[in-house]
Design a protein around this ligand. Structure first.
Ligand code: 4AD
Ligand code: MG
Length: 479
């Protein structure tokens, strides 16, 4: 008999059908009721057996965490909580799980802290919460590909090993196959990268943007969606050393087009998950609502998870310039009462306390801030006519902060060359990037969405370590 997945059984159940289901036991009650979960959906199916028909030795092996195969007939359920169940005719134990050992793990059916679950990231998939999170993570990934495919974008796989530091922040992980005990040196005593695998110094990419631009300037509109790596030593709930980024790049788009694309894109993802992941989303929604009760009034969410998704879909994002943002902040209560820790001054970067004020207090919705001072943005951003600011945009989300960073790109060769000089980037190093400005250069724009930050937003999880299967953070690369 072919195995049927629980999701199919629960969705279009055909009463009276013979079925076979393989999965893991979540619970076994009264020697009679097995809750069987196979990961296809949040719900388990109930398998009911007549214990008189089975040997004690077999019944003892039906324990939480064990893998089993049940065959039987799908029948209407007598009990509450499910419409159908399996009347079992035979059971086979596929893999045992020692109950004494299971006791010590997150599989033990009780409430565990997220910290404890993180220590057992290899087993946390088996909990309802992480099953829901990782099914939704898949949904977000699929929605992204669908959005771009439906709009005629091409997915471009940009390299993971690269010689460039696109963002210029110098937060790179080096890649080498040198014998670290015996690194070749040149006559000046410096490391001789000519001897290294690639004959030059390379690192893990911090962004696929520069290569995506090359693609966009021929294919018209592309997106890259891959892992990116940043050796920034920030141990926060929003930073990972290895995270996934989605970076579309569109020829002939200006900053305005770029903002419109971002807004459509983020709304699409929220709608897609609301429509296609109801069960998991409802679970996470209720889980969050429960958690809120134990929090002090002031730290509680004003909207539920689902309301927040609906809200983003139904409201246009606020669009303001950096200069305007500074003005608003200077007139704000926390500024006047000296509540901000960091200075608010035209020319200094916004800190997360400022971003949070704008999003959560002032506008109470997603905000796009544009036209930042050139000094603290990347070299490739297009210089505005004022000579001081660049055509940059950051999208800020409630509870998350910066979720997207993007810009219109500098397409004028002379201006770009000057920017390279200002940023100490040698022209020989990125001759290929400059070449695209020599041959049929056009205005173009793009952005980068932090994939995990988006997954945080749609699942309501408040720590980024809980939306990626195996987080990499400072001092932590287990599993
Ligand atoms: O703002 P960033 O640095 O922009 C870029 O890398 C551009 N090349 C994008 C582009 O225009 N194509 O990063 C983009 C987004 C941020 O807004 C944030 O959501 C996320 O990537 N991000 C991180 N997510 C998790 N952990 C980190 N350490 C992150 N750093 C950035
Ligand atoms: Mg940024």
């Amino acid at each position: 008999m072919a195995r049927t997945r629980v999701k199919e059984l629960l969705n279009d159940a055909e009463i009276g059908k013979s079925v076979e289901v393989k999965g893991w036991v979540r619970a076994f009650r009264s020697n009679r009721f097995i809750q069987l979960n196979d990961g296809s959906c949040l719900a388990s199916i109930q398998a009911v057996l007549e214990f008189e028909n089975y040997e004690d030795a077999l019944l003892k092996r039906i324990t939480t965490g064990a893998a089993i195969n049940v065959q039987g007939t799908l029948v209407a359920s007598q009990g509450k909580g499910q419409s159908v169940e399996i009347a079992v005719s035979s059971i086979e134990i596929i893999g045992d799980a020692n109950p004494d050992e299971v006791q010590k793990t997150v599989m033990q059916p009780k409430k565990h802290s997220l910290e404890f679950l993180r220590e057992q990231a290899h087993l946390r998939f088996r909990t309802n919460t992480f099953g829901a999170v990782f099914r939704i993570r898949h949904g977000v990934s699929y929605a992204i590909h669908k959005f771009f495919n439906d709009r005629g974008f091409y997915n471009l796989h940009t390299p993971i090993i690269t010689g460039s530091d696109a963002e210029g922040a110098g937060e790179m992980f080096h890649v080498t196959n040198f014998d670290l005990e015996n690194i070749p040196k040149n006559e000046h005593g410096a490391i001789d990268f000519k001897e290294d695998f690639f004959g030059k110094q390379v690192n893990l990419t911090v962004s696929g943007q520069l290569e995506a631009e090359l693609g966009a300037l021929a294919l018209g509109q592309v997106y890259t969606f891959g892992p990116t790596f940043r050796a920034e030593n920030s141990n926060t709930s929003r930073h990972l050393a290895e995270f996934w980024m989605v970076e579309p790049e569109v020829a002939f788009n200006d900053l305005e087009d770029n903002m419109n694309l971002t807004e459509d894109f983020l709304k699409y993802i929220c709608s897609y998950i609301l429509e296609n992941y109801r069960e998991d989303l409802t679970f996470l929604n209720d889980r969050e609502a429960q958690e809120q009760k134990s929090k002090p009034e002031k730290d509680r969410q004003t909207m539920t998870l689902m309301e927040r998704l609906e809200f983003v879909i139904n409201h246009s994002f606020e669009r303001i310039t950096y200069t305007k943002a500074i003005e608003i902040l200077k007139n704000s209560k926390p500024y006047k009462k000296k509540k901000f820790k960091y200075p608010v001054e035209w020319g200094t970067d916004l800190q997360s306390e400022h971003e949070r004020y704008l999003v959560e207090q002032e506008f109470k919705k997603p905000v796009i801030i544009t036209d930042y001072p050139a000094a603290f943005k990347a070299f490739y951003m297009r210089q505005n006519d004022d000579g001081k600011t660049v055509a940059a945009m950051d999208v800020l989300f409630p509870g998350i902060g910066e979720i997207v960073g993007g810009s219109q790109r500098e397409e004028r060769l002379d201006v770009l060359k000057k920017k390279c000089a200002d940023f100490n980037i040698s022209e020989e190093e990125i001759w290929w990037y400059l070449d695209t400005r020599r041959f049929g250069t056009v205005p173009h724009a793009g952005f980068g969405l932090g994939f995990e930050r988006m997954v945080m937003f749609v699942t309501g999880m408040s720590n980024i370590r809980d939306v990626i299967p195996f987080p990499r953070t400072p001092q932590n690369a287990e599993f």
